[in-house]
Write a protein that binds this ligand. Structure first.
Ligand SMILES: C[S@@+](CC[C@H](N)C(=O)[O-])C[C@H]1O[C@@H](n2cnc3c(N)ncnc32)[C@H](O)[C@@H]1O
Length: 215
C-alpha cells in the first residue's frame, strides 16, 4: 500500500479519537430521519440491481455498516484506523471489518453492488481524490451504486475549502464540482439530498449525500 502523509495523519488522529467518536455518533441515525431515508433508498436501489456485496468505506466505528446490515444488505466495513476497526469488530461481531485505504482497496474489480462513503472522503487532499473515486468505480459492478456524503463548500469561486474539523484536516466540496468529478470517473449522478444547516449544528454547512451509478 502506498503511504500518503495525509492518510497517516488521518489514521493517527482517528486512532486517538476512536472511543470518543464512537460514543458521540452511536445514536446518530436514531435522531436523523433524513439519514435513514437516504440510506434506505440506497439499500433499495442496491437490492433492486442485484445481490452484490456492499462496502462501507471509511466506516469508522461501524454503526452505519450495522444499519445497512439491518436493511438486508450483505455489507462489510473498511477503515484506515485500526482503532476504529477494532471498536467496530467489538460492537458488531457478526460483521466483517478490515483495515485498509480507500486509495488502494483490497477488493477485486467489479464485485460490489454498492459503495457507501459517508464523510470519509473529507480528509483526502483534493489532488488525491481522483484516485479514490477511480477505486470506487473499479470495485463497483456495472449498475452498482455509490452513496457519498460530504459537507458543501459555499464559495462559488473555489470547488474546495479547508474547514476546521475536530479530528483531522478536512475539505468541503462544491456539490456540482464533486458530481462532475464523479462523472469523469464513470459514476453518473442519480440524485442528491441537501440538508440545510440547522441552528443547533456546530458547523453551518450544507450536508450533501449524493447517489451515483456506474454505467
Ligand atoms: C468522519 S469519520 C466517518 C465515519 C463513518 N463513515 C460515519 O458516517 O460516521 C471518517 C472516517 O473515514 C476514515 N478514513 C478517512 N480517510 C480514509 C481513507 N483514505 N481510507 C480509509 N479510511 C479513511 C477515518 O479513519 C474515519 O474513521
Amino acid at each position: 500500500m502506498v503511504e500518503h502523509d495525509a492518510l497517516s495523519a488521518t489514521r493517527e488522529a482517528y486512532d486517538a479519537a476512536a472511543p470518543t467518536y464512537a460514543q458521540l455518533f452511536r445514536d446518530t441515525l436514531r435522531d436523523s430521519p433524513l439519514d435513514r431515508a437516504i440510506l434506505g433508498a440506497f439499500a433499495e436501489v442496491v437490492n433492486a440491481s442485484g445481490d452484490g456485496q456492499v462496502a462501507d468505506l471509511g466506516c469508522g466505528p461501524g454503526h452505519i455498516t450495522a444499519y445497512l446490515g439491518e436493511l438486508g444488505l450483505a455489507v462489510f466495513g473498511v477503515d484506515a484506523s485500526p482503532a476504529m476497526v477494532e471498536l467496530a469488530r467489538q460492537a458488531y461481531p457478526g460483521l466483517r471489518f478490515d483495515v485498509g485505504s480507500m486509495a488502494a482497496l483490497n477488493i477485486a474489480d467489479g464485485v460490489l453492488g454498492g459503495v457507501l462513503s459517508r464523510w470519509s472522503i473529507i480528509h483526502t487532499p483534493p489532488r488525491e481524490l481522483p484516485v479514490i473515486l477511480s477505486e470506487f468505480h473499479r470495485v463497483l459492478a456495472p449498475g452498482g451504486h455509490l452513496l457519498v456524503g460530504f459537507s458543501a463548500s459555499d464559495d462559488p469561486s473555489h470547488p474546495t475549502q479547508v474547514f476546521d474539523h475536530t479530528v483531522a484536516p478536512a475539505y468541503r466540496w462544491s456539490p456540482d464540482h464533486l458530481a462532475a468529478m464523479l462523472r469523469k470517473s464513470g459514476l453518473a449522478e442519480v440524485a442528491r439530498m441537501v440538508r440545510e444547516p440547522q441552528p443547533t449544528d456546530r458547523r453551518q454547512f450544507q450536508e450533501i449525500q449524493l447517489l451515483a451509478r456506474k454505467a
